[in-house]
Design a protein around this ligand. Structure first.
Ligand code: KDG
Length: 318
């Protein structure tokens, strides 16, 4: 069974209902959000073994987060609990064109931002195939950045693969700050996951998608490089060979968390079979499903995904 351990912050996610604006809302939906826990949950739901490391304030909000993540079978026993600091919050109002979706973070001074990188028992990475984290974690604080760097170097030492999604968030840092911090880190990543927008705006690669992915592969030398193309599907490069997967036709309910779902699908299948084409197909199917489900979390089964993958493959037969 493929296994991952992810590292990052999760927050309470409050969203308005029926496309209300935050300013007018008198009711908010309360859910859990966090790229790295979304990833671990999606991975666990596929049948993988998943754990999530974080540091959380021990209060009802923090317990709400850990419980919601545990519910899907993710091991949260390595979480570091503290009585200090706070649980980060995150507010969303969904827009309808031309009004954009808005995100407000209220997460400064969260427990994980104050993590001491040495308080994590990095030895546990030995028990997993892959260590996964994202640029969001690096953006949170100097301590988090250190922790990511130590985690990656420990993973290397133990022969645990490192998967990393650039996951640029403009509310956390500028593209220049992100590039400066992430560029050296990405050189130590085995499975590099990046959207075309982050590749262009943060990593400053240009040209056609093929040119972009080749540049990324040459610059960072990952075992496999994955470029996601939004509504155009996704592409991967391994050993100089390019693989592509076509997108699904879909209706968007909530796109947040789709990237994490893609990552989980890709990494799960890549670890399971090593088949890049299949990994892309599972990633794309996961992302498509994620767009149809309210909230960040992937309430799906492997069977449901296999069904849509088969239907897609046969769509051209008729
Ligand atoms: O990928 C989805 C995340 O952006 C969301 O869960 C919130 O982790 C989050 C963040 O920091 O934006």
């Amino acid at each position: 069974v493929p296994s991952v351990i992810s590292f990052g912050e999760s927050m309470i996610r409050f969203s308005t209902k029926n496309f209300e604006r935050i300013e007018q809302a008198h009711e908010l939906e309360m859910r859990v959000a966090g790229a790295e826990s979304n990833f671990a949950i999606a991975f666990a739901r596929l049948g993988g073994r998943a754990a999530w490391i974080s540091k959380i304030t021990n209060n009802p909000l923090g317990r709400f987060i850990a419980n919601k993540i545990r519910e899907h079978g993710v091991d949260v026993s390595h979480v570091i609990w503290t009585n200090d600091y706070r649980v980060g919050l995150y507010f969303i109002e969904f827009g309808k064109k031309p009004r954009p979706t808005q995100v407000i973070y209220d997460r400064k001074n969260s427990a994980i931002a104050n993590i001491d990188p040495n308080e994590v028992d990095w030895e546990i990475l030995k028990d997993y195939d892959t260590f996964h984290t994202t640029g969001i974690t690096v953006a949170l604080s100097e301590n988090c950045k250190k922790a990511v760097e130590i985690g990656i170097s420990k993973a290397k030492e133990f022969g645990t693969r490192v998967s990393f999604d650039v996951n640029y968030r403009s509310k956390l840092w500028s593209p220049e700050e992100a590039f400066k911090a992430l560029d050296p880190i990405l050189k130590n990543v085995d499975i590099l996951l990046v959207t075309k927008d982050d590749a262009r705006n943060v990593l400053k690669v240009d040209g056609t998608y093929e040119e972009m992915i080749h540049t990324l592969a040459e610059r960072y030398n990952a075992e496999v490089t994955v470029l996601t193309l939004g509504s155009e599907g996704a592409m991967a490069l391994k050993d100089d060979r390019i693989y592509k997967a076509e997108p699904y036709e879909l209706e968007v309910v909530d796109r947040i968390g789709a990237g994490d779902a893609f990552d989980a699908g890709f990494v799960y299948e890549y670890l399971r079979s090593g088949d890049i084409q299949k990994a892309l197909e599972l990633g794309i199917a996961m992302a498509a499903y994620a767009h149809t489900i309210p909230g960040d979390i992937m309430f799906v089964t492997k069977d449901e995904l296999e069904l849509v993958i088969t239907q897609k493959a046969h769509a051209h037969d008729v």
